[in-house]
Design a protein around this ligand. Structure first.
Ligand code: 13P
Ligand code: SF4
Length: 335
């Protein structure tokens, strides 16, 4: 092993990725395709990944689709172009397979907002409650969860719980409030949120709608209630994508992470997609965690099979139960 590779491996946890130079003349698309075949590896990418990564992925989808693909793949290596909790979920579903994540520091503000030890104390105070957690949470939180959900199947999951059973919903208070509204439940909500979906400016969106009176506002349920109330369609990333294809409208204001617009434009070249403006001047509707993954890191992680996701036995055995339960209820509901 070269000294440079050895150094990069020693600093892997501190950096989150293999910090090695990549020859700028390399055709990364070709190299990654080659590695996929050589290693029988599959690349699963979330819609929020940069366009080049989406284009080289074997499957692009929302959190539910990605978990379903991870559960059913024949590949020996799952390369997860997404964030940490997604790669952990893939590992729980496929503990014997190697799961790689191009950058271990690709986290999630929602997952961070609900530390398992604090949640465990909170849960003790409500022993009769069923715990439903959004899949955007850590492996440790999943061990404290009865059933997981994603934004695609959340309503079906909650509807599957008997009406007289009280529920704690973690960690997203915005998705939780939206679900309370559409299911008529009164779930106790953990006070977490997504840094990307809370950044949209209602004032700027109202002005934008005045300039584009025919544009429809579409929003992810991780957005705040005042924004969801004014949206023409609320749904998960896959639901938003489907809506833009099925709608006769020609213009859409998109209130979710901008990465999804790549697939919207590909599927509907004649339509216009305007990213919902954030309440400041930076590109804050880009998820900084999702965007930590780059083509260079993807190539390096496939070449050297690092960084790899490792979980403790307890996290796999206990954490997996709520994901299996979700997939079961979800399949019955037709997802
Ligand atoms: P979905 O793709 O399931 O809608 O989730 C969005 C998200 O925030 C993922 O981190
Ligand atoms: Fe987490 Fe929000 Fe980024 Fe999704 S967009 S990974 S919920 S911080």
């Amino acid at each position: 092993m070269s000294q440079l590779l050895q150094n990069a491996q020693e600093n892997l946890n501190a950096n989150g990725f293999l910090d090695l130079e990549v020859d700028p003349t390399l055709d990364l698309i070709q190299e990654i395709e080659k590695l996929k075949k050589e290693k029988n590896a599959i690349i699963l990418a979330h819609y929020y990944q940069e366009s080049e990564i989406q284009d080289i992925a074997d499957y692009i989808g929302d959190s539910l689709g990605l978990a379903q693909q991870a559960a059913n793949t024949d590949a020996d290596i799952i390369v997860f172009a997404g964030v940490h909790f997604m790669a952990e979920t893939a590992k729980m579903l496929n503990p014997s397979k190697k799961v790689l994540l191009p950058d271990l520091k690709a986290g999630c503000s929602l997952a961070d907002s609900c530390p398992a030890p604090i949640f465990a104390k909170f849960k003790e105070k409500h022993p009769d409650h069923v715990v439903v957690s959004y899949i955007n949470c850590t492996a440790d939180l999943k061990t404290l969860t009865d059933v997981c959900c994603t934004s695609t199947n959340a309503k079906a999951i909650i509807d599957s719980i008997p009406e007289d059973k009280p529920i704690i919903f973690a960690p997203d208070k915005n998705l939780g409030a939206y679900l309370n509204k559409v299911t008529g439940r009164d779930m106790i909500l953990w006070n977490g949120s997504c840094m990307v979906h809370e950044i949209f400016s209602q004032e700027k969106i109202v002005k934008l709608k005045e300039r584009h009176p025919d544009a429809l506002l579409i929003a992810h349920p991780e957005c705040e209630a005042h924004l969801l109330d004014m949206a023409d369609h609320v749904g998960s990333t896959s639901s938003l994508l489907r809506f833009t294809a099925e709608s006769t409208a020609k213009e859409f204001i998109v209130a979710t992470e901008v990465g999804i617009i790549h697939q919207m434009e590909k599927a509907n070249p004649e339509k216009t997609f305007i990213p919902a403006p954030p309440n400041n001047t930076c590109a804050c509707n880009e998820c900084p965690h999702m965007k930590r993954n780059t083509m260079e890191k993807l190539y390096l992680c496939m070449k050297h099979e690092l960084p790899e996701i490792h979980l403790q036995e307890k996290q796999i055995v206990e954490g997996r139960k709520c994901i299996d339960r979700m997939l079961e209820v979800s399949a019955k509901a037709g997802f």
